[in-house]
Design a protein around this ligand. Sequence first.
Ligand code: SF4
Length: 221
Amino acid sequence: MAKKGDMLYAWTNDAEIKKKAELGGAVTAIWKHALDSKAVDAVLVISKGTDLYDAKPVLIKDSKELANTAGSLHCGTLLLPKLIKKYMDGAANMKIGVTVKGCDAMAFYELAKRKQINLDNIVMIGVNCGGSVSPVLARKMIKEKYGVDPDKVHKEEIDKGQFIIEYEGGHKGISVDELEEHGFGRRSNCRRCKMKIPRQADLACGNWGVIGEKAGKATFV
Ligand code: SF4
């Protein structure tokens, strides 16, 4: 039995989640258990909308729908607490699980201080975050710096200081520093961010810290 403060590598044994997962699927599997055991009424996650540049918030009540939301998007700039405040009565009547970046976690605490969110009804899983890119700028950057049609890109990630894209016919990475020198790359608030690992969440997870044979296949908790 794990206890508070323990650190471990985790991955899912759910075949459906495993197919879509990028880093072992541990976060999605935890939410599946939370929904199935009724620890939460719903889970609010980010999912891919019409394309890679369209981050769409989805409120999930049936754990069977979770597998489709596994993985991460870096070209979306949503702040989830604001949506809960505005459209879900600040979690007044519903227990909601939320996957959060550092800035989401900070926003939760700020809204709670102002009594606009009921933190007793929020369960947070924090994920490490290297930054996000404005969707409009991401399209321009991929076209001008990578020489690739943005609509042909099916995956992007920030890894080891590089923004990497996978597209029909190949993959390409350019250092984030170089991109930012040319006016592209992460949003300016992400460059200043000091909350890249949201330790104030109920669980802090991510791919950072996973080394050896499990790198890319497990989540650090
Ligand atoms: S780097 Fe910081 S501000 Fe930017 S999305 Fe991540 S947590 Fe939010």
